[in-house]
Design a protein around this ligand. Structure first.
Ligand code: CO8
Length: 243
């Protein structure tokens, strides 16, 4: 599956809706046992949640957006298919979550590309299930430091801390992803699927049990004037960076 939402694959409500529909179609297709996620946009895998979806909207719209973010993660993290992220560009925040939710991550070894949960830098807080997913990949200590600092790790550093499993030259990324997929698909589906579910179920169940509360938390947090101000300033900073 190739993300193609220019300019930077930001995760809007439309992006989430299309992603969920596509993933569900593949999940229900018995002929499909695995998916490789990558980007059609050079240099950016995904810029994370679309910040404009979190600014100046109604509470109903925020709730709808957040439910779609939850739904996407529940579907991807809980997928029965083999999921491989071929990270061919930068991948902050929600983009990093997409990669973290896969079974395996391969990143192009370009030191200019970065990945991480940088929410703290925007003055916002990664939700508990972003944190749980991160901890399950890199371990508690690395996650604690990285989350508090809102770190964006360069590709080599991301590899060193285990945030990505492998680095390969950019031109070899898709071939490597296909080879990894073949390796994972060589196992019997039922054994791999039950093992995956055993590893991930408690984390998935936690969001399912607290879903409405999590939506309310998001809406009350994001509607605070101080948070709206932080997000507006961050967007301005992004625009200034260009000029
Ligand atoms: N949302 C909306 N617009 C964005 C985003 C985004 N996430 N990222 C970039 N844009 C816009 C830019 O403002 C710019 O717009 P314009 O052309 O109108 O000026 C355009 O996209 C292109 O951006 P750049 O020029 O910066 O593109 P580059 O190729 O130079 O850089 C990057 C690409 C590295 C992705 C860079 O744009 C970047 O760092 N973006 C910010 C990424 C970010 O910090 N995302 C965090 C989103 S928050 C999130 O995902 C989790 C939220 C959890 C919420 C919990 C609350 C309780």
């Amino acid at each position: 599956m190739k993300f193609k939402s220019p300019p930077v694959n930001s995760i809007s409500l439309d992006f989430l809706t299309e992603f969920c529909i596509s993933l569900e179609k593949l999940e229900n297709n018995r002929g499909c046992r695995g998916v490789i996620f990558t980007s059609a946009i050079p240099t950016v895998f995904s810029s994370g949640l679309d910040i404009t979806e979190m600014c100046g909207k109604s509470t109903e719209r925020y709730a709808e957006f957040w439910r779609a973010v939850q739904e996407t993660w529940l579907k991807l993290y809980g997928s029965n298919m083999v999921t491989v992220a071929a990270v061919n560009g930068s991948s902050p925040a929600g983009g990093c979550l997409l990669a973290l939710s896969c079974d395996y991550r391969i990143m192009a070894e370009n030191p200019k590309f970065s990945i991480g949960l940088n929410e703290a830098q925007l003055g916002i807080v990664a939700p508990f299930w972003f944190k749980d997913t991160f901890v399950n990949v890199v371990g508690h200590r690395v996650a604690e430091r990285s989350l508090q600092l809102g770190s964006l790790h360069s590709a080599p550093e991301a590899h060193r801390i285990g945030l990505v499993d492998e680095l390969v030259p950019e031109e070899k990324l898709q071939d490597k992803a296909a080879a990894v997929m073949a390796q994972w698909l060589a196992l019997p589906d039922h054994a791999r699927q039950l093992t995956k579910s055993m590893m991930r179920k408690s984390v998935l169940d936690r969001l399912v049990a607290h879903r409405e509360e999590d939506i309310q938390n998001f809406v009350s947090f994001i509607t605070k004037e101080s948070i709206q101000k932080s997000l507006r300033m961050y967007m301005e900073m992004l625009k200034k960076k260009k000029s």
